[in-house]
Write a new protein. Sequence first.
Length: 323
Amino acid sequence: MSLKNLNKISKLILDSQNILIVSHYDPDGDAIGSSMGLYYSLKKIGKNCYIYNRDKFPEYLNFLEAEKLINTKSDIPNNIELVLFLDLNDFERAGEEIEKYIDGYQGHIAVIDHHQSPKIESQFMLIDVNASATAILIYKIIVALGIEIDNKIATCLMTGIITDTSSFKNSNVNTDSFLIASKLLNDNADLKLINSNIYNDRSIYRLNLEKRIFSTILFDDNSRVAICYCTLNDYKETKTSKEDSEGIANFLLNHKEVEVGIFIREIEKNSWKASLRSNGFVDLSKIANTFGGGGHKNASGLKYQGSIEKLRNDLIDKILNEK
Ligand code: 5GP
Ligand code: MN
């Protein structure tokens, strides 16, 4: 991570009064934890701060208590001087509305992120692909700004680290993940609250959904890919939503024969979203890129139009070629 870029963004924040924080749609614990942690911090130094996300918070993250969450472009105040993009590096990941907003926007743009292959051009970029969560970078910015981290901020940032590392189990974990997590604990991050909301808040409906998803598991011996999927009808009939299928791709990786875990969900007829996870054998961001998606080496995602059978075959072929 470049210290120069960190200082440039910190100064830009100090020089701006009206700030919009934007994170990726289908927000996860890192997108929301980073946004809320930064929001509470900037409020402490008197900034007018707003958070935009195309989507509502998933229920399991409501404990972070969204304030001033904006879901539509028309609610964005017209005096914004700085837009901070968190946990994304491509305007497309924020949704169409923000792409349009940025077209007519005259102020500054900064990106704070840990994904590969940035597609946004700005002189204010803090990108560190070695950071295990965007929350780690937000922590460094808050410290650079001299803002005292209270328990609320600490809980938000810890949520980002815990969810993006799957509780320090993923291969993106490094010394910084533990170092900063320990500092956040010292600042009274509420681990009990985080764990009870992230891991113990599942409904029995989810089990019914999982039963269906696991019945589709296909394990390909050659590529060592395990792949499973879920249709819109499965969600409907089990009274569940996409939140109830969070973590399925990671779960597949818990089995020693599996090198790549893939979970695919239907978004609309013939349109699919795939989540790819690995333990480091294949660069999954490369695989996702070939489908127009992206992400990290060990966790990536993509969208696809076509049949589920073709998508499964294409994924397995491409992963075999990459090995
Ligand atoms: P997930 O599978 O949890 O949705 O995403 C895993 C990783 O891949 C995340 O870091 C996410 O930002 C990235 N990702 C997921 N879907 C897409 C996509 O459609 N496009 C791009 N560029 N990245 C994605
Ligand atoms: Mn992240």
